[in-house]
Design a protein around this ligand. Sequence first.
Ligand SMILES: Nc1ncnc2c1ncn2[C@@H]1O[C@H](COP(=O)(O)OP(=O)(O)OP(=O)(O)O)[C@@H](O)[C@H]1O
Length: 243
Amino acid sequence: MDTTAIGGCAPEAAICARGIIREFEAGQTTIRVLHGIDTDIRPGELTYVVGESGSGKTTLISIMCGILYPTQGEVKVFGTDIYKLTDTQLVNFRLRNIGFIFQQYNLIPSIDVAANAAVPLIAQGVPLAEARERAKVLLDKLNIGNQADKLPRQLSGGQQQRVAIARALVHEPRLVVCDEPTAALDASSGRRVMDLLREVAVAPDRACIIVTHDNRIFDLADRIIVLEDGRITHDGTEMPDDH
Ligand SMILES: Nc1ncnc2c1ncn2[C@@H]1O[C@H](COP(=O)(O)OP(=O)(O)OP(=O)(O)O)[C@@H](O)[C@H]1O
């Protein structure tokens, strides 16, 4: 593992992001979406990223979890400078260390719910029967254990989202990154998801980042980062007064 320091990274940081700029090409013009983000995500904390639509939240967390290259800047995840890895090394790093919950659930339509939730374990070579059993433990905790043998299309949107959450947590990744994990859920399902995220993803050697607009769960954050037009404008334990 590469552990050389990049600009002032705390060695214990779960994520150290320095000078993150991201641009997208739009026709003849280049749009700068992130304007030089510097931040450390601490282990043992539930960190929220909030901000208006288009402020760059999804772009930032995608860069932090190794699925979108920054135009400039560096990201260390648990000491590994992820964008210096080869493509294969990066895929393997993500597989072992990171769980994602994105707004598109991307379930595999032709395999049942338990197999979908078990995908990260199967990809790591865990035998199918064991992988399914481990996935079922999480599906039970999310109150959809009784759907394990169904195909994704037989589930409601909120149930499919919970399958995606089980899939993100099943391999007990050190970093969990979630984009609106409770948006499609009623209040009690949303609380259950948050309880599970805390149980699995928040530990002294783990970290969890959540993008959310859901004010029902704001009180559960340890830290809230506010993005405005691709810049951090607030970083504290509570929401700023003007949100
Ligand atoms: N692949 C892309 N190509 C061009 N522009 C993009 C691309 N991805 C994002 N953008 C632009 O970058 C800006 C930030 O997008 P992003 O999805 O990060 O915002 P967000 O804060 O997550 O928004 P929301 O809350 O609506 O999901 C937007 O203006 C968006 O149109």
